[in-house]
Design a protein around this ligand. Sequence first.
Ligand SMILES: O=P(O)(O)OC[C@H]1O[C@](O)(CO)[C@@H](O)[C@@H]1O
Length: 551
Amino acid sequence: MTQPRHYDLNHTSIWAKLHQHQRATRHMHMRELFAADPQRFQRFSLSLGPLLMDYSKHRITERTLELLFELADAAHLKDWRQRMRAGEAINVSEKRAVLHMALRGQAGDDFQVDGQPVMAQVLAVRARMAAFAEQVRSGAWLGFDGRPIRAVVNLGIGGSDLGPLLACRALRPYAAAQLDMRFVANLDGQHLAQALEGLEPATTLFIVASKSFTTPETLMNAEAARAWLLAAAPAEAVARHFVAISSQTERVRAFGIDPANMFEFWDWVGGRYSVWSAIGLSVMLSIGPAAFEDFLAGARRMDAHFLEAPFAQNIPVILALLGVWYNTFYRAHTHAIMPYDQGLARLPAYLQQLDMESNGKRVGRYGETLDFDTGPVIWGEVGVNSQHAFFQLLHQGTRLVPCDFIVPMRSHYPLDRHHEALVANCFAQTEALMRGKTEAEVLGELAGLDGDTLDMLLPQKLFPGNQPSTTLALDAITPHTLGMLLAMYEHKVFVQGVIWGINSFDQWGVEYGKQLARQIQPELADASAALAHDASTNALIAHYRARKAQS
Ligand SMILES: O=P(O)(O)OC[C@H]1O[C@](O)(CO)[C@@H](O)[C@@H]1O
């Protein structure tokens, strides 16, 4: 295949056709599309085992999808998908393969990096993780005073925190009751201090999770945690109470953790794609190796679907193309994630990193400036709480906000009628957002009012509707379905990156702030250091110094 060395999809006829199609169809209302086609749900929904995706509540027709599939073809999506699967260095700026799919692979899979098979090392680390997890879970792994581990504290940030944190919370019904799982990411000392509240050094295990093992937040927290342990324990206790997860053996050793207590992963795994690797150790400790395997199997199932299903039946591809439709052709700017499941409360945060660190870029993979809208602002909050907060804007504001509603059909906590009420709210929101409320309907509700009162109230009680949403209904939140869900979003982000010509696997944009923080920190500590920033930053540093001097 010959690939252009610069991005030109936005100058092709299919791009122009999509703009034209958007202009021609933008006044159509989904309410009318549903009225005109009793088969609309059947036409625009897909199932994969325990997952149902309803994408009928979108501003699309069959023609829209045809054009979007044409766009995917023009972007050589099938080739890029194959290149990722084959372990080619598609992370071009860092010259790395992108093989998170191998992390959930099984014996016999032929994943390769630079022509070398990788499954043996993946399975070897997974087996070591399982052996360790069994020891901790069974109480055979003892702390320095001979008692078993009762609390696990994961110290990591970004991809070394968000995935395991989300999975541990979401899969709490599967968790070992005897292990208290805690997560510390922030540099703010209160995060670690509060996480350690009530814990005993002798029964606490720390996981230092950092791919690079240079991330200052994680290393500062790890140093503080080690000091907390050593205030109560002899130096050799570190070996019983600290394990590391990293791709950097020497840095782990230099920190003082024996590489025998290190679980490795590799530079062909991006941090935000790493929950399937040793970074998932806290998840395995919590739910056990068998359930963790099921988590991987769910992701593997989604991988097979993504790699094999034709575009018209491909869940991640359709999800991605709908995002492109709104983002690039409707200029929607934002995308909301609404999980109707308390255990998925951190899903929006997880997807913020996955999506925005991957596709929040205005430069294409060959260094060219992209003059169209790329990755959206991802945000969201657990339902129904969000209904009582920002849904007003979704229903009656001025913004187009495509939403994902994620909801399990069965709860692990069948309290009276709670679950049915929760599901009712979820479905009701998607219906209200789609339908809206017409003037005739509002007039019916306001019967008896007239004059100024009616004039004032009528427009305020109208709901324009036509607000698009996808509903992702899972049979239940299980390790398997969570694996499917997260892998689905990974592939969605990949597809969008391909369409927009982005390398979704680097993150240069996070470096600059880190660089400046390294400069500013000593300037805060030394009141005599000369300041050469802009006037605002200089003044803020001076303000901090003054307040520090007073305290
Ligand atoms: O696992 P590490 O190397 O500590 O990195 C943590 C996070 O920091 C980032 O590099 C961004 O600052 C993320 O991409 C990554 O997930």
